[in-house]
Design a protein around this ligand. Structure first.
Ligand code: FAD
Length: 318
Protein backbone atom coordinates (compact mmCIF):
# COMPACT_ATOMS: atom_id res chain seq x y z
CA UNK A 1 0.00 0.00 0.00
CA UNK A 2 1.24 3.51 -0.75
CA UNK A 3 2.47 5.61 2.13
CA UNK A 4 0.77 8.86 3.11
CA UNK A 5 2.75 11.56 4.89
CA UNK A 6 1.04 13.16 7.88
CA UNK A 7 2.52 16.36 9.30
CA UNK A 8 2.49 16.16 13.09
CA UNK A 9 1.15 19.20 14.93
CA UNK A 10 2.58 19.02 18.44
CA UNK A 11 4.00 20.91 21.38
CA UNK A 12 7.24 19.26 22.55
CA UNK A 13 5.94 15.86 21.51
CA UNK A 14 2.40 16.30 22.88
CA UNK A 15 0.39 15.46 19.76
CA UNK A 16 -2.63 17.62 19.04
CA UNK A 17 -5.99 16.10 18.18
CA UNK A 18 -6.11 17.28 14.53
CA UNK A 19 -3.07 15.08 13.85
CA UNK A 20 -4.95 12.03 15.15
CA UNK A 21 -7.79 12.94 12.78
CA UNK A 22 -5.31 13.17 9.89
CA UNK A 23 -3.89 9.74 10.73
CA UNK A 24 -7.43 8.33 10.74
CA UNK A 25 -8.20 9.84 7.31
CA UNK A 26 -4.77 8.88 5.93
CA UNK A 27 -5.54 5.20 6.54
CA UNK A 28 -8.31 5.41 3.95
CA UNK A 29 -5.78 6.12 1.22
CA UNK A 30 -2.63 4.33 2.37
CA UNK A 31 -0.23 3.66 5.24
CA UNK A 32 0.28 6.76 7.38
CA UNK A 33 3.88 7.89 7.90
CA UNK A 34 4.07 10.66 10.51
CA UNK A 35 6.56 13.49 10.01
CA UNK A 36 7.60 14.86 13.41
CA UNK A 37 9.70 18.03 13.33
CA UNK A 38 11.33 19.50 16.45
CA UNK A 39 11.88 17.92 19.88
CA UNK A 40 9.78 15.20 21.45
CA UNK A 41 9.54 12.57 18.69
CA UNK A 42 10.13 9.71 21.14
CA UNK A 43 7.36 11.04 23.36
CA UNK A 44 4.99 11.42 20.39
CA UNK A 45 5.77 8.08 18.73
CA UNK A 46 3.55 5.80 20.92
CA UNK A 47 0.52 8.05 20.32
CA UNK A 48 1.22 8.25 16.60
CA UNK A 49 1.59 4.45 16.45
CA UNK A 50 -1.65 3.97 18.40
CA UNK A 51 -3.48 5.92 15.69
CA UNK A 52 -1.96 3.99 12.83
CA UNK A 53 1.44 5.50 11.95
CA UNK A 54 3.47 2.71 10.42
CA UNK A 55 6.57 4.87 10.78
CA UNK A 56 7.62 8.20 12.28
CA UNK A 57 10.11 10.27 10.30
CA UNK A 58 11.74 12.59 12.82
CA UNK A 59 14.02 15.56 12.44
CA UNK A 60 15.13 17.91 15.17
CA UNK A 61 17.05 21.13 14.63
CA UNK A 62 16.97 24.59 16.23
CA UNK A 63 15.80 26.00 12.89
CA UNK A 64 12.31 24.53 13.40
CA UNK A 65 11.74 26.69 16.48
CA UNK A 66 13.90 29.70 15.62
CA UNK A 67 12.56 30.47 12.16
CA UNK A 68 9.15 30.62 10.56
CA UNK A 69 7.74 27.81 8.42
CA UNK A 70 10.41 27.44 5.70
CA UNK A 71 12.62 24.92 7.60
CA UNK A 72 9.53 22.74 8.00
CA UNK A 73 8.87 22.99 4.27
CA UNK A 74 12.46 21.87 3.61
CA UNK A 75 11.94 18.90 5.94
CA UNK A 76 8.65 17.86 4.34
CA UNK A 77 10.22 18.12 0.92
CA UNK A 78 12.98 15.75 2.12
CA UNK A 79 10.29 13.39 3.42
CA UNK A 80 8.45 13.48 0.08
CA UNK A 81 11.68 12.63 -1.72
CA UNK A 82 12.43 9.81 0.74
CA UNK A 83 8.98 8.19 0.63
CA UNK A 84 7.29 9.14 -2.70
CA UNK A 85 3.95 9.25 -0.89
CA UNK A 86 0.41 9.03 -2.28
CA UNK A 87 -0.37 12.35 -0.55
CA UNK A 88 0.80 14.75 2.14
CA UNK A 89 -1.78 15.69 4.78
CA UNK A 90 -1.55 18.73 7.04
CA UNK A 91 -4.00 20.40 9.41
CA UNK A 92 -5.90 23.44 8.07
CA UNK A 93 -4.31 25.70 10.66
CA UNK A 94 -2.68 29.00 9.73
CA UNK A 95 0.72 27.33 9.90
CA UNK A 96 -0.44 24.12 8.21
CA UNK A 97 -1.84 26.01 5.22
CA UNK A 98 1.28 28.11 4.80
CA UNK A 99 3.53 25.06 4.93
CA UNK A 100 1.23 23.24 2.49
CA UNK A 101 1.20 26.08 -0.04
CA UNK A 102 4.97 26.46 0.01
CA UNK A 103 5.50 22.71 -0.17
CA UNK A 104 3.16 22.30 -3.15
CA UNK A 105 5.03 25.05 -4.98
CA UNK A 106 8.41 23.47 -4.20
CA UNK A 107 7.46 19.99 -5.36
CA UNK A 108 5.38 21.19 -8.31
CA UNK A 109 2.16 19.66 -7.00
CA UNK A 110 -1.46 20.64 -6.78
CA UNK A 111 -2.94 21.57 -3.41
CA UNK A 112 -6.43 21.25 -1.91
CA UNK A 113 -7.16 23.20 1.27
CA UNK A 114 -9.86 23.10 3.96
CA UNK A 115 -10.91 19.57 3.15
CA UNK A 116 -13.69 18.05 5.26
CA UNK A 117 -13.53 14.47 3.99
CA UNK A 118 -11.13 12.27 2.10
CA UNK A 119 -11.51 8.97 0.28
CA UNK A 120 -9.47 6.77 -2.01
CA UNK A 121 -10.08 7.15 -5.74
CA UNK A 122 -8.88 5.34 -8.86
CA UNK A 123 -6.71 8.28 -9.86
CA UNK A 124 -5.64 9.44 -6.40
CA UNK A 125 -7.27 10.70 -3.20
CA UNK A 126 -10.62 12.43 -3.64
CA UNK A 127 -11.10 15.40 -1.31
CA UNK A 128 -14.42 16.90 -0.23
CA UNK A 129 -14.67 20.62 0.46
CA UNK A 130 -17.60 22.54 1.86
CA UNK A 131 -17.98 25.79 -0.09
CA UNK A 132 -20.13 28.95 -0.21
CA UNK A 133 -20.83 28.90 3.53
CA UNK A 134 -21.57 25.18 3.43
CA UNK A 135 -24.25 25.58 0.75
CA UNK A 136 -22.45 23.09 -1.53
CA UNK A 137 -19.92 20.33 -1.23
CA UNK A 138 -17.38 19.72 -3.97
CA UNK A 139 -15.22 16.71 -4.66
CA UNK A 140 -11.85 17.20 -6.30
CA UNK A 141 -8.50 15.58 -6.77
CA UNK A 142 -5.03 16.81 -7.56
CA UNK A 143 -4.10 16.06 -11.16
CA UNK A 144 -0.39 16.89 -10.98
CA UNK A 145 2.31 15.68 -8.59
CA UNK A 146 1.95 14.41 -5.03
CA UNK A 147 -1.35 15.81 -3.67
CA UNK A 148 -0.85 18.24 -0.79
CA UNK A 149 -4.04 18.39 1.25
CA UNK A 150 -4.99 20.41 4.33
CA UNK A 151 -7.88 19.08 6.43
CA UNK A 152 -10.13 21.11 8.71
CA UNK A 153 -10.08 20.09 12.38
CA UNK A 154 -12.99 17.88 13.46
CA UNK A 155 -13.51 16.47 9.97
CA UNK A 156 -13.08 12.92 11.27
CA UNK A 157 -13.37 11.26 14.67
CA UNK A 158 -9.92 9.93 15.64
CA UNK A 159 -9.87 6.12 15.63
CA UNK A 160 -7.10 3.97 16.99
CA UNK A 161 -5.45 1.33 14.79
CA UNK A 162 -2.21 0.24 16.45
CA UNK A 163 0.79 0.06 14.11
CA UNK A 164 4.58 -0.18 14.40
CA UNK A 165 5.33 3.56 14.57
CA UNK A 166 9.09 3.10 14.71
CA UNK A 167 11.08 6.33 14.71
CA UNK A 168 13.49 6.88 11.83
CA UNK A 169 15.67 9.95 11.48
CA UNK A 170 14.98 12.14 8.49
CA UNK A 171 18.02 13.87 6.98
CA UNK A 172 17.21 17.50 6.17
CA UNK A 173 19.34 20.04 4.37
CA UNK A 174 18.05 23.55 4.87
CA UNK A 175 17.92 25.81 1.82
CA UNK A 176 19.03 29.43 1.71
CA UNK A 177 15.57 30.78 2.47
CA UNK A 178 15.09 28.62 5.60
CA UNK A 179 16.61 31.25 7.86
CA UNK A 180 15.01 34.24 6.15
CA UNK A 181 12.53 35.06 8.91
CA UNK A 182 13.66 34.65 12.49
CA UNK A 183 11.25 34.34 15.39
CA UNK A 184 12.26 37.07 17.85
CA UNK A 185 9.77 36.37 20.63
CA UNK A 186 6.81 34.20 21.52
CA UNK A 187 4.02 35.36 23.78
CA UNK A 188 1.89 32.48 25.02
CA UNK A 189 -1.78 33.33 25.04
CA UNK A 190 -3.11 33.69 28.57
CA UNK A 191 -4.56 30.33 29.49
CA UNK A 192 -8.21 30.25 30.48
CA UNK A 193 -7.95 26.62 31.50
CA UNK A 194 -10.65 25.82 28.94
CA UNK A 195 -10.16 23.43 26.02
CA UNK A 196 -9.07 24.71 22.61
CA UNK A 197 -12.12 25.74 20.60
CA UNK A 198 -11.59 23.48 17.58
CA UNK A 199 -10.70 20.48 19.75
CA UNK A 200 -13.36 20.77 22.45
CA UNK A 201 -16.04 18.11 22.89
CA UNK A 202 -18.48 20.80 24.04
CA UNK A 203 -18.71 24.42 22.86
CA UNK A 204 -20.91 27.11 24.39
CA UNK A 205 -21.23 30.19 22.15
CA UNK A 206 -22.70 33.61 22.69
CA UNK A 207 -23.98 36.08 20.12
CA UNK A 208 -25.36 39.60 19.88
CA UNK A 209 -28.07 38.60 22.35
CA UNK A 210 -25.41 38.48 25.08
CA UNK A 211 -25.37 42.25 24.79
CA UNK A 212 -21.98 43.22 26.22
CA UNK A 213 -18.50 41.92 27.03
CA UNK A 214 -19.24 41.71 30.76
CA UNK A 215 -22.30 39.54 30.12
CA UNK A 216 -20.13 36.86 28.51
CA UNK A 217 -19.55 35.68 32.10
CA UNK A 218 -22.96 33.96 31.76
CA UNK A 219 -21.66 31.99 28.76
CA UNK A 220 -18.32 31.26 30.46
CA UNK A 221 -20.03 29.98 33.62
CA UNK A 222 -22.00 27.41 31.63
CA UNK A 223 -18.87 26.51 29.63
CA UNK A 224 -16.92 25.94 32.85
CA UNK A 225 -19.69 23.83 34.38
CA UNK A 226 -19.63 21.64 31.25
CA UNK A 227 -15.84 21.66 30.75
CA UNK A 228 -16.47 23.37 27.43
CA UNK A 229 -14.75 25.89 25.17
CA UNK A 230 -16.32 29.32 24.59
CA UNK A 231 -17.31 30.44 21.10
CA UNK A 232 -18.80 33.64 19.76
CA UNK A 233 -20.70 34.84 16.72
CA UNK A 234 -19.14 37.44 14.48
CA UNK A 235 -21.59 40.04 15.76
CA UNK A 236 -20.27 39.52 19.30
CA UNK A 237 -16.66 39.58 18.09
CA UNK A 238 -17.15 42.67 15.91
CA UNK A 239 -18.71 44.44 18.88
CA UNK A 240 -15.48 43.76 20.80
CA UNK A 241 -17.17 41.57 23.40
CA UNK A 242 -15.05 38.48 22.77
CA UNK A 243 -11.71 37.87 20.95
CA UNK A 244 -11.70 36.94 17.27
CA UNK A 245 -9.83 33.71 18.09
CA UNK A 246 -13.16 32.48 19.48
CA UNK A 247 -15.28 33.33 16.43
CA UNK A 248 -17.20 30.40 14.99
CA UNK A 249 -18.25 30.48 11.35
CA UNK A 250 -17.26 31.12 7.79
CA UNK A 251 -14.61 33.69 8.69
CA UNK A 252 -13.90 32.14 12.07
CA UNK A 253 -13.24 28.60 13.19
CA UNK A 254 -15.06 25.42 12.26
CA UNK A 255 -16.13 23.31 15.19
CA UNK A 256 -17.79 19.94 15.26
CA UNK A 257 -18.20 19.07 18.94
CA UNK A 258 -20.46 16.48 20.52
CA UNK A 259 -22.54 19.33 21.93
CA UNK A 260 -22.89 22.93 20.67
CA UNK A 261 -24.88 25.42 22.71
CA UNK A 262 -25.80 28.68 20.92
CA UNK A 263 -27.12 31.44 23.17
CA UNK A 264 -28.43 34.68 21.68
CA UNK A 265 -27.32 33.67 18.18
CA UNK A 266 -29.78 33.98 15.29
CA UNK A 267 -28.22 31.25 13.12
CA UNK A 268 -27.05 33.18 10.04
CA UNK A 269 -25.70 30.97 7.27
CA UNK A 270 -22.17 32.23 7.89
CA UNK A 271 -22.39 31.13 11.53
CA UNK A 272 -23.92 27.79 10.61
CA UNK A 273 -21.01 27.15 8.25
CA UNK A 274 -18.77 26.83 11.29
CA UNK A 275 -20.93 24.65 13.55
CA UNK A 276 -23.65 22.81 11.67
CA UNK A 277 -21.84 19.47 11.78
CA UNK A 278 -21.95 19.48 15.60
CA UNK A 279 -23.46 16.22 16.83
CA UNK A 280 -26.08 17.76 19.14
CA UNK A 281 -27.12 21.40 18.84
CA UNK A 282 -28.95 23.33 21.55
CA UNK A 283 -30.12 26.93 21.11
CA UNK A 284 -31.46 29.49 23.52
CA UNK A 285 -33.13 32.42 21.77
CA UNK A 286 -35.99 34.67 22.74
CA UNK A 287 -37.28 34.79 19.16
CA UNK A 288 -39.17 31.60 18.29
CA UNK A 289 -38.72 32.45 14.58
CA UNK A 290 -34.91 32.63 14.77
CA UNK A 291 -33.38 30.51 11.95
CA UNK A 292 -31.14 28.68 14.42
CA UNK A 293 -34.22 26.72 15.51
CA UNK A 294 -34.33 25.07 12.03
CA UNK A 295 -31.05 23.40 12.90
CA UNK A 296 -31.31 22.43 16.54
CA UNK A 297 -31.88 19.15 18.34
CA UNK A 298 -33.16 21.03 21.39
CA UNK A 299 -34.38 24.62 21.39
CA UNK A 300 -35.38 26.84 24.27
CA UNK A 301 -37.43 29.94 23.45
CA UNK A 302 -36.55 32.32 26.25
CA UNK A 303 -34.29 35.00 27.62
CA UNK A 304 -30.75 33.67 27.83
CA UNK A 305 -30.15 35.61 31.06
CA UNK A 306 -32.80 33.48 32.70
CA UNK A 307 -32.30 30.19 30.89
CA UNK A 308 -28.48 29.89 30.79
CA UNK A 309 -27.84 30.47 34.54
CA UNK A 310 -30.54 27.89 35.35
CA UNK A 311 -28.84 25.46 33.01
CA UNK A 312 -25.51 26.15 34.70
CA UNK A 313 -26.96 25.52 38.16
CA UNK A 314 -28.59 22.31 36.96
CA UNK A 315 -25.31 21.05 35.45
CA UNK A 316 -23.39 21.95 38.61
CA UNK A 317 -25.93 20.14 40.76
CA UNK A 318 -25.33 16.83 38.95
P1 FAD B 1 -27.97 38.49 15.38
O1 FAD B 1 -28.20 37.97 14.03
O2 FAD B 1 -28.26 39.93 15.63
O3 FAD B 1 -28.82 37.60 16.37
C1 FAD B 1 -28.93 37.84 17.72
C2 FAD B 1 -29.96 36.86 18.26
O4 FAD B 1 -30.02 36.98 19.67
C3 FAD B 1 -31.36 37.13 17.74
O5 FAD B 1 -31.87 35.93 17.15
C4 FAD B 1 -32.17 37.51 18.99
O6 FAD B 1 -33.49 37.01 18.96
C5 FAD B 1 -31.36 36.83 20.06
N1 FAD B 1 -31.45 37.50 21.38
C6 FAD B 1 -31.33 38.80 21.68
N2 FAD B 1 -31.42 38.99 23.01
C7 FAD B 1 -31.62 37.79 23.56
C8 FAD B 1 -31.77 37.31 24.88
N3 FAD B 1 -31.72 38.15 25.93
N4 FAD B 1 -31.96 36.00 25.09
C9 FAD B 1 -32.00 35.13 24.05
N5 FAD B 1 -31.85 35.52 22.76
C10 FAD B 1 -31.65 36.82 22.52
N6 FAD B 1 -21.09 35.36 11.52
C11 FAD B 1 -20.55 34.48 12.37
O7 FAD B 1 -21.11 34.19 13.43
N7 FAD B 1 -19.36 33.86 12.05
C12 FAD B 1 -18.68 34.11 10.91
O8 FAD B 1 -17.61 33.56 10.71
C13 FAD B 1 -19.25 35.04 9.99
N8 FAD B 1 -18.65 35.29 8.81
C14 FAD B 1 -19.25 36.14 7.92
C15 FAD B 1 -18.68 36.33 6.66
C16 FAD B 1 -19.29 37.16 5.74
C17 FAD B 1 -18.65 37.33 4.39
C18 FAD B 1 -20.48 37.83 6.10
C19 FAD B 1 -21.16 38.73 5.09
C20 FAD B 1 -21.05 37.65 7.33
C21 FAD B 1 -20.44 36.82 8.28
N9 FAD B 1 -21.00 36.61 9.53
C22 FAD B 1 -20.46 35.68 10.35
C23 FAD B 1 -22.11 37.45 10.03
C24 FAD B 1 -23.46 36.80 9.95
O9 FAD B 1 -24.06 37.08 8.71
C25 FAD B 1 -24.37 37.35 11.06
O10 FAD B 1 -24.43 38.76 10.95
C26 FAD B 1 -23.92 37.02 12.47
O11 FAD B 1 -23.68 35.63 12.58
C27 FAD B 1 -25.00 37.42 13.46
O12 FAD B 1 -24.57 37.17 14.76
P2 FAD B 1 -25.63 36.90 15.90
O13 FAD B 1 -26.46 35.72 15.57
O14 FAD B 1 -24.90 36.92 17.19
O15 FAD B 1 -26.48 38.25 15.85
Amino acid sequence: MAEVLVYVDHTDGAVRKPTLELLTLARRIGDPVAVHLGGGADKAAPTLAEYGAVKVLAADAPEFADYLVVPKVDALRAAVEAVSPAAVLLPSSTEGKEIAARLALRIGSGIITDVVDLEAGDEGPVATQSVFAASFTTKSRVSKGVPVITVKPNSAAPETAPAAGEVEQLAVTFGETATGTRVVSRTPRESTGRPELTEAAIVVSGGRGVNGAENFAVIEDLADALGAAVGASRAAVDAGWYPHTHQVGQTGKTVSPQLYVAAGISGAIQHRAGMQTSKTIVAVNKDAEAPIFDLVDYGVVGDLFQVVPQLTEEVKAR
